[in-house]
Design a binder for this molecule. Sequence first.
Ligand code: DGJ
Length: 542
Amino acid sequence: MARLGVLAACVLVLLGCAPERDGRATAPHLRVQGDATQLIVDGEPFLMLAGELGNSTPSSLAYLGERWQRLQALHLNTVLSPISWELIEPEEGRFDFSSVDGLIGDARAHDMRLVLLWFGSWKNSMSSYAPGWVKRDEARFPRAQMSDGKGMEILSPFSVANRDADARAFAALMRHLRETDGERHTVLMVQVENEIGMIPQSRDHSAAADARFAEPVPAALMQFLSAHRETLATPLRQRWEAHGARTGGSWEELFGRDLATDEIFMAWYFATYTEAVADAGAAQYDLPMYVNAALIRPGRKPGEYPSAGPLPQVFDVWRAGAPSIDFLAPDIYFPNFVEWAQAYDIPNNPYFIPETGRQPTATPANAFYAFAAHDAMGFSPFAIEDFAAEDPLGDAYEVLSSLAPIILAHQGKAEMAGVRPVVSFEGVAADAPQDVRLGQYNLHVVFVDPWTPREQQDLAAHGGLIIQLGADEYLVAGRGLTVTFAADEGIVGIESIHEGRYDKGAWTPGRLLNGDESHQGRHLRLPPDEFGVQRVRLYRYH
Ligand code: DGJ
């Protein structure tokens, strides 16, 4: 539904209207800028320097208590926090929003925004956050079943009663947010459910699921696949075409008889269920909404990982089944961050990393990379309240916060690059340099620091961003980067390099680094031990 927000905002921009009309602030919404989509809060683009709370933390505001100061010390501006169904609807139809109100009040008191995570029917595949009155009434709220008929602690997506009960609760939450936060906008967006997926089997085998599996594939999905055939994700398209690209038939006739078909089938029913929940919520308060995915270890099959979540091989099924969901987002805990980050950078998928791991080395560099290489709206390491106040993420967020207006101004315009070494799934960072073309110069970025013994360098920690500020001027921020410059014609010289700081978009230069620090004008170097910002002016000679 918030897609309408994007459209409405675009129309307003075309008409030359400000997004705030009649003096009434519009809710947070998404807006396209070039190739990027940005989150607009109170009329301005907003970069979420975020972190996600551990699952249990918000159930005790006292526990969070003084940890808010730690979040401030880490320079966060946004906290992702679960809101669980069982806490807000302890008895059917009796809603208690005290935990939500307390959280919003505390966030405001600490000058923080929130993204709320709806732990409704599913949290990491399971239904552990469904209220007791749902869990205990299996006849009314059926569970998924294993192929041997055993019940699972997973609400079946094939049950209308499950779906409607979840949707009613979610709608009540969104209505409460509109009533209590519709003007102030502490809450920026909402994640619907959490890491949906079937595990340890690839699909639900309940009688209701088997009945759906035997039916023809719904016409709505077939119409979507036919209409988007040229742009379907390769595995889905190949599978469909290998079975004749038919426009009607059973799941197995259309996609084959194996686990991948189970995944496509489940993805459709997870997506359409989630759509009903999201739609009911958006009808009350139309905030941006997304779903997040648990990713896949190499070589694992559907069911060995949470099958049918919003994963690349079923992106199109999710998009067809859940048009009210504005985007699909990856929870990137594996070391091969760049590979997974790229997999979610697809057209019309606003970009957000809602969860990532805590590695003092790689995580801060990944933040720079995500904001610049993928025009991310936000970046959010998990269990943020457990980070030490001196974690390097805080230094990274301090620099990113000072750069936020500049980053936002350049997103979506091919004037910015994110740079970092590629790290394999096994955690090995590649030495390979990276070449970036921005404007009329080629920038050659080397991650092995020339002035630090090689054995003391962890390249996974190196990375940053480059922004073209003018025809001959670039900003480089991050750590562990050495940049040299070339052009198609002539020899490129460095006129000047300054280190410095930004404050609300205004640059204050510090030292001029034209001597030893730049190897007498041969390169720009950001040392590996701290995050810095430098600006370089170039010229050409023959
Ligand atoms: C991913 C989940 O989405 C989070 O809620 C949490 O369980 C983390 N995994 C733990 O690593």
